[in-house]
Write a protein that binds this ligand. Structure first.
Ligand code: NAX
Length: 332
């Protein structure tokens, strides 16, 4: 176990992080590497992390390396390989005397956070660092962060793996399959209710999704709203947003980037558009991705979209464009 990986996690005292952090050091996510953790929180709650560090120490993780915590993101960033940016200010809280209800307010506040974090990652993170933004609005936070980092050798992603896993689960139930029988599940667009989960191009067993489920009414009236609104359904049922499933999705994204993708499959995350599939350049957009043998992550470019899919995808692209417009003052 000579190889080491340094992972920075923000929002480390939050719900998702409590499920996520122990599994980063369990010997599965990063294989046989020793994992150094740097946990980041805002000054008001950073001291709480002492308790989490105690629990980690008490858990017997042979793959756990050095564990530190701080409210100084620049310091945390130094020579880090992975950044899991979970922390953000949620909707519904009172921030500087105002209740944050609107997506535009959320974009403004979190945008400011991601400018600073992006600058630090670009300057102090490893040259080939990978960044996964979980905190919402994830795509546009990643857009701001990537822009501020100004370091093209680093990979910025926004998480759509949870949406992809949710879609696999719905399809598996509908077709009486195991979730592992559903592959090539693409989430196009924004991590928001406009996302387009692409059932037509999924693979169920050994067949294309549209051959197995030839029921456009069910897709339009049941499948799409179920996946797009699943986050809200969990909040309504649990009284809190998805945490353990979000943590699992973040781990799955890391694993998907750390290992070559199986032939014929792909995984879901949002990355900067290079114009592929007609998406305006630079937008952080949900795409089908593959990890190559050399560890690089690329957009899979041979997926064919139906007219129905193109129309749905366009709605999400339009939303990403309007979010970019709303934060343009934060983009250099
Ligand atoms: P919590 O409110 O439990 O935790 C968030 C933590 O982030 C808090 O402890 C807060 O102090 C910290 N934080 C805020 N600003 C920070 C900063 N600048 N630096 C470091 N830490 C900071 O939220 P949790 O349930 O853990 O959710 C975290 C984020 O994930 C939210 O934005 C949520 O909307 C988003 N989600 C994204 C999902 C996705 O698929 N992309 C799904 C799940 C989740 O809704």
């Amino acid at each position: 176990m000579n190889e080491r990986v340094k992972v920075v996690v923000t929002g480390a005292a939050g719900q998702i992080a409590y499920s996520l952090i122990p599994r980063l050091v369990d010997g599965k996510t990063f294989g046989n590497k020793k994992v150094d953790l740097c946990l980041v929180e805002i000054p008001q709650v950073v001291d709480k992390l002492e308790g989490l560090v105690m629990e980690l120490e008490d858990s017997y993780f042979p793959h756990m390396g050095e564990v530190t915590y701080t409210d100084d993101f620049e310091k945390a960033s130094l020579e880090a390989d992975w950044f899991l940016l979970v922390g953000s200010i949620p909707r519904g809280i009172v921030y500087e005397g105002k209740k944050i209800e609107e997506r535009s307010d959320l974009l403004k506040i979190n945008g400011g956070i991601f400018v600073k974090q992006g600058e630090a990652i670009g300057k102090f993170g490893k040259k080939n660092a990978k960044v996964l933004v979980v905190g919402n609005p994830a795509n546009t936070n990643a857009l701001i962060g990537k822009n501020s980092a100004n370091n093209d050798s680093q990979l910025w992603m926004a998480m759509t793996m949870l949406d992809s896993s949710r879609a696999k689960s719905v399809i598996a139930k509908k077709t009486n399959n195991d979730v592992s029988d559903v592959k090539h599940m693409i989430i196009w667009g924004n991590h928001s209710p406009t996302m387009y989960p692409d059932i037509e191009n999924s693979i169920i067993g050994s067949q294309k999704g549209n051959a197995v489920i030839d029921d456009s009414k069910w897709i339009e009236d049941s499948f799409l709203p179920l996946v797009q609104q699943r986050g809200k359904a969990v909040i309504d049922a649990r009284g809190a947003s998805s945490a353990t499933s979000a943590a699992k999705a973040a781990l799955d994204t890391v694993i998907a980037c750390e290992n070559p993708t199986e032939q014929g499959d792909c995984f879901s995350a949002a990355i900067a558009s290079d114009g592929s599939y007609g998406v305006p350049e630079g937008l952080i957009c949900g795409y089908p991705l593959v990890t190559l043998e050399d560890g690089s992550v690329e957009i899979k470019r041979d997926v064919v979209l139906s007219d129905f899919a193109k129309a749905k995808f366009q709605v999400s692209i339009d939303e990403l464009n309007s979010e970019r417009e709303a934060v343009k003052h934060l983009l250099k």
